[in-house]
Design a binder for this molecule. Structure first.
Ligand code: ADP
Ligand code: MG
Length: 448
């Protein structure tokens, strides 16, 4: 299929050609016609497969084809979980808006509220926003959404994770009319919370799933290494950075303070080699965040150390390696983190360091991926730790002895002995099963 088969406006086709894209990706082939025919969509496909254009193109087309429902209200609202992703989506939108009369604004938390109110007063057709800040503007009546034609949720599952469900409900309610169309996109959209939410937001949605969110991403080479402790993690990290050919590297840590500490350590350790590291975390102010992302995107920095703040959506073509210095708390973030490499057909490496504290998270990821995982070893840096083993089941010999003892002394029925043995087996692995957390700790929430 070609882009020309999609019934898109000439101006859009010209922009696509200018971008150098030969043919639509699979998700684009399926989602664009479905969205253009007016369906609500729940669409998923692997990271880096072109989901942004899959929603931007039909949105543009809808505006070009139809008269506005309202002259004042925005016609399209696109929501994303992080400011960084919103900026990126806005960037792609701006390219498509060239040669059209449509106006757009970017509304992010952490930026001047009054300036944004003024921008909204100019009646833009497109609003790209993080949900918290947009909800604030709704509350202050800086915009109305009765005329909204299209609501798009990029990385919807993450917005729910971050505790934005109230704000999303508020936005949904403000734009609650029959003619509204709603599109949801992510690489991982299959958990219960999303489905519950989808029922409220979407009307008879069409589901498009290209592969599974967690199906094999062949362009990403996943490697796992056992580690004993923090020092061991640092040694391995140093080894990879010194011995592997890499372009840019993203390192994910568990907490904000870890990003700071690790980036200081990396800058000290690699001062002589001349490559620099920056740390990105949610506690920085917006201009610091912008500066960091800008310099990393331009390639001025070799390494970005971050939390899951940067796990979603960011399209950075020179990232050859993603390193999970700590395993993610939320299982599906693994997919999104490693998806920062191997984008648009490029290949990449995803290295995960698994120590005792990461074990539970690793097990969850393993279950989620439904793949056999083997651990690699670096010569001279082999870990003593090799996973937390299940408690050994009672040995054959013990069982029979036990049976005899039971028979002789207590005369309990045979069945009881069986149960006892089974119980030993089931209790294996002392770790409790970690369920998705409905609510996150305050430090996880992307404040807007
Ligand atoms: P996703 O949201 O699925 O993770 P993005 O929309 O960020 O992916 O796109 C990933 C990369 O693929 C971007 O650099 C984008 O410009 C590029 N891309 C999008 N559509 C195409 C296409 N049809 N052909 C080639 N590259 C594309
Ligand atoms: Mg995306």
């Amino acid at each position: 299929m070609q882009f020309t088969d999609l019934n898109l406006d000439q101006r859009l086709l010209a922009t696509i050609e200018h971008l150098g894209f030969d043919e639509p990706t699979e998700i684009q082939q399926q989602a664009i016609p479905a969205a253009m025919s007016g369906h609500d969509l729940i669409a998923s496909s692997k990271t880096g497969s072109g989901k942004t254009l899959a929603f931007l193109l039909p949105a543009m087309q809808r505006l070009m084809n139809n008269r506005a429902l309202s002259k004042r209200d925005p016609r399209v609202v696109i929501l994303t979980p992080t400011r960084e992703l919103a900026k990126q989506v806005f960037g792609q939108l701006r390219l498509l808006l060239a040669n059209t009369q449509f106006k757009s604004v970017l509304i992010l938390g952490g930026e001047n509220f009054n300036d944004q109110a003024k921008m909204l007063a100019k009646e833009p057709h497109f609003v790209v926003a993080t949900p918290g800040r947009l909800a604030d503007h709704l509350t202050h009546r800086h915009l109305y959404l009765q005329g909204l034609e299209l609501l798009i949720l990029d990385e919807a599952d993450r917005m729910l994770d971050l505790g934005f469900s109230e704000q999303l409900a508020q936005i949904n309610k403000a734009a609650d009319h029959r003619k509204r169309q709603t599109l949801m996109f992510s690489a991982t959209l299959d958990h219960a919370q999303v489905n519950e939410f989808a029922k409220e937001l979407l009307t008879k949605p069409k589901r498009i799933a290209i592969g599974h969110g967690h199906s094999e991403h062949k362009d990403i080479n996943k490697r796992f290494y056992f580690v004993d402790n923090l020092e061991h993690k640092e040694k391995l990290l140093k080894y990879f950075l010194e011995n592997e050919t890499h372009q840019q590297v993203i390192i994910f840590t568990a907490t904000r303070s870890d990003t700071e500490r690790l980036s200081l350590w990396l800058n000290e350790t690699f001062a002589e080699q001349g490559f620099t590291t920056v740390a990105l975390s949610g506690e920085l102010n917006q201009s610091q965040r912008n500066q960091i992302m800008e310099s990393f995107t331009k390639g001025q920095q070799k390494i970005l150390v971050t939390t899951d703040l940067a796990s979603r959506g960011l399209d950075l073509l020179n990232v050859s390696h993603v390193i999970n210095f700590d395993m993610p708390k939320h299982t599906e973030e693994f997919i999104h983190r490693i998806g920062r490499t191997g984008r648009a057909g490029a290949s990449g490496d995803a290295i995960s360091l698994v120590g005792p504290k990461d074990w539970l998270s690793f097990k969850n990821v393993k279950g989620f991926l439904q793949q056999k995982i083997s651990f690699a070893v670096v010569d001279g840096l082999k870990a003593k730790f090799n996973g937390i083993k299940k408690k050994k089941p009672v040995k054959e010999k013990d069982v029979s002895t036990q049976k005899i003892i039971n028979k002789k002394q207590i005369k309990k029925p045979k069945q009881h002995v069986k149960q006892q043995v089974k119980f030993v087996d089931d209790s294996a692995g002392e770790m409790p099963v970690m369920r998705r957390k409905a609510k996150l700790a305050p430090q996880d929430i992307e404040k807007d």
